[in-house]
Ligand binder design. Structure first.
Ligand code: NAD
Length: 361
């Protein structure tokens, strides 16, 4: 087996701390015989500080050469006053666009051990396992024209353009049906077909692609209803596929079902399963450098990398099992602790996962 090359981008804020724990996991896997190697690169504020750009040429080169990328998070108040094109978030959009990472996988999993941390009733979320698939490189976030203009009434107005082409919809639909085949074989496509032309085309194309997957059940839901159903009866969903802006909002909503954003990994893949893996949370500047951050979302992102980019579901299952074990053993960082529970730090949580992983080897 050829050695898989991983580019690690620690980013800003809590990034270096949580990535330090993910690297401990990689070290255990490598020592156990996995053919992986990694190097470090810069993205976001850290890249701006060192090289004057949030996605500098050195990172572009390394990202193109890598088989997969692990990212912690970018951003922080220090960079808020920079011009828009130099802000850390531009680095994130830049790398997604550059590598054509169009399929964003956001699982919403409710760990049984953390059911009390959710704001919903235990019985509504116990056993929850949804995969939200968000198209990531199109839609109103990238559509042209956009800008400001003076309208016919002489008033200043802002405007953006929503659009999806047939190939863009076809490829994300296929990813959704393929993912559903490995799960419970149900896809719910979310749109706003009653109002938007873009959504009308979206629905037509998803239905056509769905005919290639007769073993997968396809349903459709308007985005406003989907937002309600996620709170009312979230377990009705298996795979949700939707466009960039609807997916942005719904996946954040769904993440709260799990209790803490410190628990949730994500993946953004291209057409060849090359991907960037990252926790869904940001750089948490309020707790940076204090050994308080929960590293589990980043560690679970390592698992997703093995599952989706390296075709090693067995390694991913071991990482998931190690995380479940530490939760079962009662290890809690501040964000997932209930009143009265003992709180441990970032490093101690990473050590606990490493110990559990070694026991599972
Ligand atoms: P955030 O996700 O960083 O933090 C929100 C809250 O959750 C904070 O109270 C934080 O302490 C807590 N939190 C987040 N991750 C945690 C973890 N692993 N363990 C424990 N607690 C955790 O969101 P924000 O405060 O809105 O944004 C902070 C910065 O992060 C901003 O600059 C923003 O632009 C950036 N951001 C980056 C990404 C990314 O890199 N993908 C995503 C979202 C926000």
């Amino acid at each position: 087996m050829t050695t898989k090359k991983i580019l690690i981008l620690t980013g800003d804020g809590i990034g270096p701390e949580i990535m330090g724990e993910a690297v401990k996991v990689l070290e255990v896997l490598k020592a156990g015989g996995e053919a992986i190697e990694w190097r470090f690169g810069l993205l976001g504020g850290a890249a701006y500080d060192a090289e004057g750009h949030p996605y500098p040429p050195s990172t572009q080169k390394a990202a193109r050469e890598a088989d997969a990328i692990l990212l912690a998070a970018v951003g922080g108040p220090k960079y808020d006053e920079l011009p828009r094109e130099l802000r850390p978030e531009r680095g994130l959009l830049g790398i997604r666009k550059d590598l054509n990472l169009f399929a964003n996988f956001r699982p919403a999993l409710a760990f049984e051990e953390l059911a009390d941390a959710s704001s919903l009733k235990k019985e509504v979320i116990a056993g929850l396992d949804i995969l939200i698939l968000r198209e990531l490189t199109g839609d109103i976030y990238f559509g042209q024209p956009r800008g400001r203009r003076t309208n016919a009434d002489g008033q200043l107005e802002g405007y953006d353009t929503m659009h999806y082409s047939v190939p863009e919809i076809e490829r994300i639909a296929r990813v959704a049906f393929e993912a559903a085949r490995k799960r419970h074989k149900r896809v719910c496509s979310v749109d706003k077909e009653n109002v938007l032309e873009t959504s009308r085309l979206w629905r037509e194309v998803v239905i056509r692609i769905g005919q290639e997957y007769p073993d997968v059940e396809l349903t459709h839901m308007y985005v406003d209803n989907a937002a309600m159903q996620l709170l009312k009866r979230p377990k009705q969903f298996d795979v949700i596929v939707t466009g960039n802006i609807f997916g942005d909002i719904l996946s954040d909503e769904a993440s709260m079902l799990a209790g803490s954003i410190g628990m949730l990994p994500s993946a953004s893949l291209d057409a060849n399963n090359k991907g960037m893996y990252e926790p869904i949370h940001g750089s948490a500047p309020d707790i940076a450098g204090q050994n308080k951050a929960n590293p589990l979302a980043t560690i679970l992102s390592v698992g997703m990398m093995f599952r989706y980019s390296f075709g090693r579901g067995d390694v991913a299952d071991r990482i998931d099992a190690a995380v479940k074990q530490v939760l079962r053993d009662g290890y809690r960082t501040g964000d997932i602790a209930q009143p009265g529970e003992k709180v441990i730090g970032t490093r101690e949580m990473g050590d606990a996962v490493v110990a559990a992983l070694k026991r599972l080897a």
